[in-house]
Design a protein around this ligand. Structure first.
Ligand SMILES: Nc1ncnc2c1ncn2[C@@H]1O[C@H](COP(=O)(O)OP(=O)(O)O)[C@@H](O)[C@H]1O
Ligand SMILES: [Mg+2]
Length: 259
């Protein structure tokens, strides 16, 4: 009898990086869906300035890294000076996605004794115009402490001055205390829900946690929407506006069902 249930984790993006369809095929249906997500996020900017956004999910392998990288690219393509930060210190992928070394990165900045260490020394160009990247850096034994630190908040604040958009790829909120600490200090969080794979109860719990920590929920990205796009990739954007992931929304067809 197995004592521990084996968790299925997909390590593909950790090894080979996220698929950048918005770069490879900007004219595709999926790239168009990512541009819709971008438009929806920009739309939120009307009421309140939204400059720091995070992508998280209830559990791993929902598509956070894929979605955050492609959304960051569409923002950059629209002329916004954007930085994408790999803040999933448990399963970092950004260096693989953009094929750069991860010898230095976010953790280098957060562990440096000199608080004033210049962030620009570890931030890299992605190869995509207007898009800079900050990889995770060497994995520390204490990711929660590092990301939940004031140092991290100061870093994000500082980057806000230099970029139009600061996008964080965070660890799953149910697994990572640091995610819960961080999201409340950002302008908005977007929950990535993998159709068919994300369990409803877990997603509900994730929304509850975001609410408990007073984290503004910008919306949901429904990933892997059936029947859409090529090879299973398909994206829909649901408006959360701080409402829970609930039956009402589902009935209204906000989650993943395309018009
Ligand atoms: N819509 C999709 N259709 C098919 N495969 C997907 C889709 N979104 C993500 N994947 C795959 O699922 C795995 C996990 O995606 P990833 O972006 O790394 O998730 P996370 O960052 O949430 O762990 C990767 O192998 C990725 O290529
Ligand atoms: Mg990831």
């Amino acid at each position: 009898m197995a004592l521990f249930k084996k968790k299925h984790l997909d390590n593909e993006t950790m090894k080979n990086g996220a698929k950048l369809i918005t770069l490879a095929n900007p004219q595709s249906v999926i790239s168009e869906q990512f541009r819709n997500i971008r438009t929806n996020i920009n739309f939120m900017n009307v009421d309140k300035e939204v400059k720091t956004i995070a992508f998280t999910s209830a559990m791993a392998s929902a598509g956070k890294s894929t979605v955050s990288a492609n959304v960051a690219i569409t923002m950059a393509q629209a002329g916004k000076k954007t930085i994408l930060i790999d803040a999933d210190l448990r399963r970092p992928t950004l260096h693989s996605t953009f094929n750069v070394s991860n010898g230095n990165g976010l953790t280098t900045l957060l562990t440096s004794r000199t608080k004033e260490m210049d962030a620009s020394s570890v931030i890299r160009e992605s190869g995509v115009e207007n898009l800079s990247i900050l990889t995770a850096g060497p994995i520390p034994p204490n990711p929660s402490e590092l990301l939940g630190s004031k140092h991290m908040l100061d870093l994000v604040e500082g980057l806000k001055e230099k970029y139009d958009m600061v996008i964080l790829d965070l660890a799953p909120i149910l697994d990572a205390a640091e995610t819960q600490q961080l999201t409340s200090s950002l302008d908005g969080t977007i929950l990535v829900v993998r159709q068919g794979k994300s369990q409803k109860a877990a997603v509900k719990r994730a929304v509850e946690l975001l609410k408990l920590t007073n984290s503004p929920i910008l919306g949901y990205v429904m990933n892997d929407v059936e029947g859409d796009g090529d090879g299973g990739y398909g994206y829909g954007y649901g408006y959360g506006y701080g409402y829970g992931y609930g039956e009402e929304e589902e009935k209204k067809g906000l989650f993943g069902r395309k018009k």
